[in-house]
Design a protein around this ligand. Structure first.
Ligand code: NAP
Length: 555
């Protein structure tokens, strides 16, 4: 274990540089769940570290996503840290799927309980991170002019944090209130008596549409692609359930790492082809109505729903049938029905009363595929020959996923090469942890790791603990992924994705939602156990696929 420097402010003025450079062992970017736990672990390993975040508080995605209806689609008790048995016992989740407010409170509680805030700098936007080859250190600068210098830099920037506005001509002309679900204001937003438009029907849109419909005078939903959605079956947890959850924490924490998605769901029945139609229907029905899980347990009903188009088809058809039976107006039902891609090829959405919302008299669905937007002006949006007058517009249009938050920072590695440039053809990142040419730079849940295809809390914990162990093993030396290991891993990630049906839609896993973004499936689809086994073997065998250099050998 090394404690490489004192962490105090040192004056280091050079021409054109800031007045002071703060020297540390590690700089962490992002104060979401990844950054918080990384800081905690580094402190336990007696390293000096600072976390920098553009928000005014901890929580990352849960700090920004304050839109009405925002809640997790993984069960609360599983979507939480497993590193502290005491924390497990003292924190009580009140609902099966926690609302954003409760998850944010949990992050704040963790920050306070482990005294993390004193090493977090809020309201700072990291502008650049540049590797200083001569000194084998990262120089991180903020928009506010501060400079930090650290042997290691850890990006805890999240996969879904770079919000995307729609590429619709004239959208800037709209003069009413505008909101993005991923950058929701911190003051109360009241839609009462207002005509509101929502663009986008992914998870964010589908969660907020029922809530906004209840408040607004009128809600118009502008839908480009109809989405599969299943009832979340959320409910308040009874006292006995809470007691059972708390008693089972040690077992559950170990078990999640042995599941493919890092999530414990009702057991899958095996390949769908083993069952007759009636049994298949019964299984889907039980998962749809919550008798057997509800929410994303639907997609785990049979083993091969995400790997076989043939097995996927009855699942898709089941949801189509549900939409037809819930939505009163047949044309609206048809417009809401996904037709041209398999279920789960876009992330399956878990909702509360979404399809029922279209039976309300104050809700209109506009199918942009039938009637595209022809004009946007100060007062609203025209589609075909209908003008939709709006007081407020909500963009639920998603994110530049996986790489967006990293590419927002000017990251420069060996020879001044920028990460944006290196990833021009799509991200390559060995084990989703490190990029060749960018020594000593770690990415938590980076591209090439299970990240968004897993329960991200255990995935974060796994990465944090791997990095912490790696830093201890390094004792200050330089580490870098080799080009060969990175290439092999990228190919493996590609092959794993190809074995699923998730490459069969224009989704954000492939970057298809960002015009001009190369189509590269960025997450590791081979499952959590095989991924973690590989990372552990790599570390155990002396960091295979990485080059480790003494400091003197680096320059
Ligand atoms: P998203 O899934 O990317 O959905 C964006 C929506 O906006 C899509 O319906 C998309 O249509 C539409 N859109 C984008 N550009 C458009 C344009 N120019 N014109 C018209 N429509 C446009 O984004 P998201 O809903 O924010 O969800 C992203 C991910 O965040 C989720 O998949 C999930 O992983 C995570 N999330 C999770 C939760 C939860 O845990 N419950 C909640 C929210 C988000 P197309 O489909 O045609 O592109």
């Amino acid at each position: 274990m090394t404690n490489m420097n004192s962490g105090k402010l040192t004056l280091h003025k050079e021409a054109g540089q800031a007045d002071s450079v703060r020297e540390l062992d590690v700089v962490i970017v992002g104060a979401g769940f990844a950054g918080l736990y990384m800081l905690h672990r580094l402190r336990l390993s007696r390293r000096t570290a600072i976390v920098i975040d553009r928000g005014s508080d901890v929580g990352g995605t849960w700090y920004w996503n304050r839109y009405p209806g925002a809640r997790c689609d993984v069960e609360s008790y599983q979507y939480s840290y497993g590193f502290s048995p005491d924390l497990d016992q003292e924190w009580t989740w009140t609902e099966r799927f926690a609302p954003q407010t409760e998850i944010l409170s949990y992050a704040q509680h963790v920050a306070d309980r482990f005294d993390l805030r004193r090493d977090i700098l809020f309201d700072r936007t990291v502008e650049s991170a540049v590797f200083d080859e001569a000194d084998d250190a990262w120089v991180v600068t903020t928009h506010q002019g501060e400079v930090f210098r650290a042997r290691y830099c850890i990006m805890a920037t999240g996969n879904l944090s770079d919000v995307k506005l729609p590429d619709i001509d004239g959208i800037g002309n709209f003069a009413g209130e505008s909101y993005h679900t991923g950058a929701w204001p911190h003051h109360a937003v009241d839609f009462a008596g207002k005509r509101v438009g929502v663009i986008g029907t992914g998870s964010s849109g589908i969660q907020c549409i029922p809530e906004v419909a209840r408040q607004a005078e009128h809600l118009t939903v502008f839908q480009r692609t109809a989405n599969y959605s299943v009832p979340a079956c959320n409910r308040v947890l009874a006292d006995e359930e809470i007691a059972a959850i708390k008693a089972d924490y040690p077992n559950m924490r170990a078990l999640v790492h042995r599941t493919r998605t890092g999530t414990i769901l009702p057991r899958s029945r095996g390949p769908l082809g083993n069952f007759d139609t009636a049994e298949v229907e019964r299984e889907f029905e039980a998962r749809w109505d919550g008798k057997k899980g509800g929410g994303s347990s639907f997609i785990a009903a049979f083993d091969d729903l995400l790997t076989s188009l043939e097995s996927n088809a009855p699942a898709a058809e089941f949801v189509r049938g549900k939409i037809a039976s819930i939505v009163n107006d047949p044309q609206v039902a048809e417009d809401l029905t996904p037709q041209d891609y398999p279920l789960g090829a876009k992330r399956l959405v878990c909702d509360t009363g979404y399809f029922d919302t279209y039976n309300r008299p104050n809700v209109t669905l506009v199918n942009l595929r039938r009637t595209p937007i022809t004009r946007v002006d100060a007062d609203g949006i025209e589609t075909g020959d209908v003008f939709h007058s709006l007081d407020a517009l909500i963009y639920a249009t998603g994110y530049d996923a996986g790489t967006g938050a990293l590419n927002r920072i000017d990251i420069r590695g060996v020879g001044g090469r920028s990460l944006r440039d290196k990833w021009r053809e799509g991200p390559k990142c060995y084990l989703g942890l490190m990029v060749a040419g960018f020594p000593n730079l770690f990415i938590i849940t980076g591209p090439g790791s299970p990240s968004v295809l897993s329960n991200v809390l255990p995935s974060i914990e796994f990465h944090v603990e791997w990095i912490d162990r790696c830093l201890s093993d390094l004792e200050g030396r330089r580490i870098e992924a080799t080009e060969a290991a990175e290439e092999d891993w990228a190919e493996h990630v590609r092959q794993c994705a190809e074995q699923t049906i998730m490459t069969k839609a224009d989704n954000w896993y492939l970057g298809a939602n960002i015009p001009g973004k190369p189509r590269v499936f960025f997450a590791y689809a081979g499952g959590v156990p095989s991924y973690e086994k590989k990372c552990n073997e790599v570390a155990r065998d002396g960091y295979q696929g990485f080059r480790i250099l003494e400091k003197e050998a680096c320059a």
